[in-house]
Design a protein around this ligand. Structure first.
Ligand SMILES: Nc1ncnc2c1ncn2[C@@H]1O[C@H](COP(=O)(O)OP(=O)(O)O)[C@@H](O)[C@H]1O
Ligand SMILES: [Mg+2]
Length: 596
């Protein structure tokens, strides 16, 4: 339960609303518990007046007329009190339920903002579904606690006290008969609720299994049809659906107990009141009006008391959810520096004896790497898959911190830079391309202050994709991804390059960004980039050798360490890994040319 204490700061933000909510609860209940006494007055009045009728035959019409007037007054009082009660009940919901929505909104925003700050290591450990669940489902469970659960509990406490006092003042023995069944009612509803919650969670899980399953069959439909597995998939789906049906029928069975159970217990209490109350009336301990009054109290208490069981189980669920939310909210971003140096990046990059080990797997991805790229130079990093190239690129924009050693940008330790400011000035093309489900124009201009077509076109042209975009019927308006066209891997890579160039950065880091384009396009892009990159510091990471581009220096990575370093000519002459790679590549290219 201690996890729910985190909510304190949110309540504090809305303290006036919360307080007025509680005042409305008290007012609503004061009026609500007043009406039974009005009914008692009316009933007792009728009985008293009718008892008088038999004595004087003449006065009968008079008495009846008088009775009519008195009853009208009682009726008017009842309606007025009920209206006031209704008004305050409305206000109570308007404040408490609204507060729960406001807090839900605040929490979601806080969580989203916090998620955005967390580093890659966090995102590797936790899957997207889990993150989504906490920001949607868990938050809404907490909201149910803040809203309905808290409101009904406060309401119950208030009403219980008022009713009990009112009843004890009339006759405490009869009051006991009304009160004794209440804890049982509450407990039974609580147990029933837990069963229902468990059942609906099972149902929810099954449903999400079915959804995942269906989704997968639709996206994998080509494979399914090509392997003629439609029947098998259908069988599987039917089985899952059948299980879902069984579970929902079980749940419906449990749920059908709900109202009969309440009705039964209340009915039992009611009979006892009428029976015992009748005897007490005979003994002159209570009046007929009191019985009517008590029946009303009983009915009034029934709903809140059963809601208590429900509120308790909601609270338990909310506590579990809050714990899950806190788990993520307590994670501190390790690589963020908001107070760091804000300066214009000139472009020098230096690694000093850098080591990097992935904390989760223990893989030693970078080993004692040192180099210094002066501002404005163009370097390449070449190496086999798994040699640590992507890790090196990630370190340059501080996606991770080096395990050992020092990384400097413009002679300032990367940890002392304002992280956002630094990243803002580096054009980065990650190896796993990601484009948003938006227009190409928006994608190219992502991160820019203004998104104009001209701007997008210029940089798309620099990335050698302009001509292809023009061919699309909707040009730069073409929407990419799930909701739009499917681009080829090479097209996505070039849009991603355009996006990095559009930032007009002084440093550009391209991670294996031409792996999906064909050899001819690669040559064209190489020539294009050769011009565009002039004057910028660029680090071009590739597993192929770009022979058409000039590089000031080339690093060859092998198993995380620098194996060779030098210009193209030097490395070819040295006859090491690079030379071998170059010869192989030249040979295949020649063979390809020959076959044309
Ligand atoms: N997020 C990660 N967590 C753990 N190990 C990783 C992660 N990313 C890469 N590695 C490991 O680090 C090594 C270097 O990988 P990477 O930098 O991606 O190489 P390259 O880009 O040259 O293919 C590999 O052994 C790889 O399995
Ligand atoms: Mg890589």
């Amino acid at each position: 339960m201690k996890h729910l204490l985190t909510l304190g700061k949110y309540f504090a933000q809305h303290k006036w609303r919360v307080l007025s909510g509680f005042v409305f609860i008290i007012l609503a209940n004061l009026f609500k518990t007043y009406n039974p006494t009005v009914v008692r007055g009316a009933v007792d009045n009728v009985i008293a007046k009718l008892a008088g009728i038999h004595t004087t035959v003449d006065g009968k019409a008079d008495v009846l007329a008088q009775l009519g007037v008195t009853l009208l007054i009682f009726l008017a009082t009842y309606i007025a009190v009920a209206l006031l009660e209704g008004f305050f009940t409305f206000m109570m919901r308007q404040t408490i339920i609204v507060v729960s929505r406001l807090i839900e909104y605040d929490m979601k925003n806080d969580m989203y903002a916090h998620y955005q700050k967390l580093d890659l290591a966090f995102y590797r450990k936790n899957n997207t579904g889990d993150l989504m669940n906490r920001i949607t489902e868990d938050v809404s469970r907490v909201r149910m606690f803040i809203g309905p659960s808290l409101m009904y509990s406060a309401n119950l406490v208030c009403m219980f006290m008022l009713c009990t006092v009112a009843m004890i003042r009339v006759n405490w023995q009869l009051a006991l008969f009304v009160l004794i069944p209440m804890p049982f009612l509450s407990l039974l509803i609580y147990l029933l609720n837990n069963r229902i919650n468990k059942g609906s969670e099972e149902l929810q899980r099954k449903l999400s299994d079915i959804t995942t399953n269906a989704q997968e069959s639709y996206s994998g439909i080509r494979v399914i049809q090509a392997y003629v597995q439609e029947k098998a998939m259908l069988g599987f789906f039917e089985k899952e659906s059948d299980e879902y049906k069984q579970l929902s029928m079980k749940l419906a069975r449990i749920e059908s107990f709900y109202f009969p159970l309440i009705t039964f217990i209340v009915g039992l209490s009611m009979s006892i009141i009428v029976y015992v109350g009748g005897i007490y009336v005979g003994h002159g301990k209570v009046s007929m009006g009191n019985i009517a009054e008590f029946i009303m109290y009983l009915n009034m208490l029934t709903f809140p008391v059963s809601a208590l069981g429900w509120a308790v189980s909601l609270t338990q669920r909310a506590a579990v959810s809050m714990e899950r939310i806190n788990q993520f909210m307590d994670v501190q971003p390790t690589v963020l520096n908001d107070d760091g140096i804000k300066a214009t990046v000139m472009g020098a990059i230096e690694f000093k004896n850098v080591d990097f080990v992935y904390a989760d797997t223990g893989i030693h991805a970078i080993r004692n790497v040192s180099f210094k790229i002066p501002a404005g130079q163009r370097w390449a990093v070449v190496g086999k898959t798994g040699s640590g190239k992507t890790t090196l690129a990630d370190l340059c924009i501080r996606m991770y911190d080096a395990t050992k050693g020092e990384i400097k940008i413009d002679d300032i330790d990367i940890r002392n830079w304002n992280t956002g400011q630094l990243r803002h000035q580096i054009g980065f093309v990650p190896q796993d391309i990601f484009l948003f489900s938006e227009s190409i124009q928006e994608n190219v201009n992502f991160g820019a202050e203004t998104s104009t077509l001209e701007r997008a076109a210029i940089y798309a042209d620099h990335a050698s994709i302009h001509e292809e975009i023009k061919q699309f019927p909707q040009g730069y308006e073409t929407v990419v991804g799930e909701r739009g066209v499917t681009l080829s891997g090479g097209q996505k890579q070039r849009i991603s390059i355009a996006r990095a160039l559009a930032k007009e950065p002084n440093i550009l880091i391209l991670d294996d960004c031409l792996s999906a384009v064909d050899a001819a396009t690669e040559k064209q892009i190489e020539k294009n980039l050769d011009k565009v990159l002039a004057g910028k510091t660029s680090l071009i990471i590739t597993h192929r050798i770009f022979s058409l581009m000039y590089f000031d220096n080339i690093l060859v990575l092998d198993n995380g360490a620098i194996a060779e370093s030098g210009t193209h000519e030097q490395l070819v002459a040295a006859g090491g890994i690079y030379a071998e790679l170059y010869e192989k590549q030249a040979a295949t290219e020649m063979a390809e040319d020959a076959s044309k």
